[in-house]
Design a protein around this ligand. Structure first.
Ligand code: ZN
Ligand code: ZN
Length: 357
C-alpha cells in the first residue's frame, strides 16, 4: 500500500516527506495507523551515522490504532490502541528467558532500514516499525496494547526512551527503598530514571547535567539534589558531600568518557553503575572497582518486557507518579526537521510528532 513517510534520502540529510510503498501484511504482522511517534537519540544516530542504509525511514517510538491484522495474529484486533516497542526474534535463548532486549538478533532486527529504489518499497524497517510514517507494519511481538483512555500521542515515547530510563532503574539497578542514586545526564532517559527512583522510594536522588533547565525539571520530577557539571566541577566530591560515603546506584545516560569516570568515582562500596550507552571507550582504574566491590552493568532498553512494563508506566502516569508529559513537546508531522533541531540544541527534551492525530 502507498503511505507517506519522512524519508532520510542520504546519511546526514534532512527528512523529506514523500510517498513510499509498504510491503504486504505477513501472517504475524499488524498494520498500524500511526497516531504519533516520539523522536529518540537513536533516530539522530540513524540519520547521521550510517547505522542504516538510506534511503530509509527512521522512527521507533510509534503509537497508533490497529488497522489490519495478519491471519495468525491472536493478541490484537482492528481498533486496538497500541504502542510499538523494539523488535526481538522470540526464538533465541535470551528471548525465551524473557530478556527480549538482549535478543541475539537485536542489531539486525532493529538497527536497519532501507527503501528499495526500484520498487520504492520499504524492505527493512527501523526497530521493526519505521514509525515516521502514516502507517507502520509491525510484527505482533513488538506491539503493546494500551487502554483507550490514554492519549495516543503522549503514549508514543514510552516505547523506547522512557522505557529505557525507568526500567534501567526498576528492573536493572533495583534500588531498595531508602537507598541513594545518581543519574548522569537528565534528558528524556535520565528524567525517566529520576521519576522511577522516586517510585522505588530512593532517599537521595541526584541529577547531574550541564543544562539548568533540565536540572530544574529534574528537581520537579523527584531529584532531591542536582549538580551542574562543568570542566572544573568535581562531581564525585559533591556527591560524597551529599551522601557521606558515595552513592549506591548510578545510571549513566551520557556516554562521555570523562563523565563515566566521575560516575565511577562517586560510587559507595558495593555500588553499581548501569549504562545505557553504546559508544564508550573507557580507561577505568580497575582498583576502584576491586577495592570498592563495585560493578558496572550494561543494559539495553532496561531489560524490559514491553508488554508488561509499558502498561505499568501508564498506570504510574495515571496515579501522578510518572508525569512524563512534563518533558514532551508536540510537533506536526511536517515539522520533523524542526523537531530534530530543537531536540539537538537542548531546548526540547522529548519531541513527539503528531501524524494521524
Ligand atoms: Zn531473540
Ligand atoms: Zn530509542
Amino acid at each position: 500500500m502507498k503511505i507517506k513517510a519522512a524519508v532520510t534520502p542520504k546519511t546526514g540529510q534532512p527528512f523529506e516527506i514523500t510517498d513510499i510503498e509498504l510491503p504486504e501484511l505477513d501472517s504475524k504482522d499488524v498494520l498500524i495507523k500511526v497516531t504519533a511517534s516520539g523522536i529518540c537519540h537513536t533516530d539522530v544516530s540513524g540519520r547521521d551515522t550510517g547505522m542504516v542504509n538510506p534511503p530509509s525511514v527512521l522512527g521507533h517510538e510509534g503509537a497508533g490504532i490497529v488497522e489490519e491484522i495478519g491471519s495468525e495474529v491472536t493478541e490484537f484486533q482492528k481498533g486496538d490502541h497500541v504502542v510499538v516497542s523494539f523488535a526481538s526474534c522470540g526464538k533465541c535463548d535470551n528471548c525465551l528467558a524473557n530478556h527480549p532486549a538482549h535478543c541475539r538478533y537485536y542489531a539486525e532486527l532493529n538497527l536497519n532500514s532501507h527503501i528499495d529504489q526500484d520498487t520504492n518499497k520499504l524492505v527493512s524497517r527501523f526497530f521493526g516499525q519505521s514509525s515516521f510514517a502514516t502507517y507502520s507494519l509491525v510484527s505482533e511481538r513488538n506491539v503493546v496494547k494500551i487502554d483507550k483512555d490514554m492519549d495516543l500521542a503522549l503514549a508514543a515515547p514510552l516505547g523506547c526512551g522512557l522505557q529505557t530510563g525507568a526500567s534501567s532503574v526498576l528492573n536493572v539497578l533495583k534500588p531498595e527503598a531508602g537507598s541513594s542514586i545518581a543519574v548522569f545526564g537528565v534528558g528524556a532517559v535520565g528524567l525517566s530514571a529520576i521519576m522511577a527512583a522516586k517510585i522505588a522510594g530512593c532517599e537521595n536522588i541526584i541529577g547531574i547535567d550541564l543544562h539548568d533547565n533540565r536540572l530544574e525539571l529534574a528537581e520537579e520530577l523527584g531529584a532531591t539534589a542536582t549538580i551542574k557539571s562543568g570542566k572544573n566541577v568535581d562531581v564525585a566530591e559533591k556527591i560524597k558531600e551529599i551522601t557521606g560515603t558515595g552513592v549506591q546506584h548510578v545510571l549513566d545516560t551520557t556516554g562521555v568518557d570523562m563523565v563515566i569516570e566521575q560516575a565511577i568515582a562517586s560510587l559507595d562500596t558495593f555500588g553499581k553503575l548501569a549504562t545505557v550507552v553504546t559508544d564508550y571507550s573507557l580507561n577505568i582504574p580497575l582498583e576502584i572497582l576491586a577495592l570498592g566491590g563495585n560493578s558496572i552493568v550494561g543494559t539495553s532498553q532496561g531489560d524490559a518486557i514491553p508488554q508488561k512494563f509499558i502498561p505499568e508506566l501508564i498506570s504510574y502516569y495515571k496515579k501522578g507518579q510518572f508525569p512524563f508529559d512534563r518533558m514532551v513537546k508536540f510537533y506536526e508531522f511536517d515539522e520533523i526537521n524542526k523537531a530534530f533541531e530543537e531536540s539537538e540544541n537542548g531546548s526540547v527534551i522529548k519531541p513527539v510528532l503528531k501524524i494521524n492525530y
